[in-house]
Design a protein around this ligand. Sequence first.
Ligand code: GLN
Length: 186
Amino acid sequence: MQGDFREHLIVLRKLGVSAIEVKSPEDMSKVDGLIIPGGESTTIGKLMSRNGLDREIKVKHSQGIPIYGTCAGVILMAKEIEGSKQPRLAIADISVARNAYGGQLDSFEADILFQKSKLHSVFIRAPIISRTSKGVEVLAYHKKNPVLLRQGNLLMSTFHPELTQDARIHKYFLGMCSKRMKGKIH
Ligand code: GLN
């Protein structure tokens, strides 16, 4: 609906996936996985609740569809957003603090460790995950802050892998999608 969905589409298409933009509740029936992009979480949240896309995402989530949120996407997935009542999906057992790096560090690039090898990551006015509950697994940290997390069929990164040439996180998410598709009768 808003944010850098085009960059995700480019990565997915390079990887051979027939990716589409998801803008209406009906679009959700056409996909086997969903990426919620970075952007402005208040805007995306408002637009989603206006046309009922949020309800449809929650239905598909309860049926087990894999969902990957980047940055603003993570904020929309969180059950708790510190100091904010903005519309959200509230599907992930985490709390987030928006724009928590503050000041000069609002945006930065850093190397993190993912599956034992370096991954260059771009953080843009990123949130900090301030609480995770038991079912949430942290897959990568940046300076003790969890920046890549998984809870069942939910994947979350506070950074933007669609802005670098390294497609490992997208491939990891596609692995989650194909695993589920194999267990499904089409
Ligand atoms: N700061 C934005 C928000 O709160 C998120 C920034 C991003 O997605 N890069 O929605």
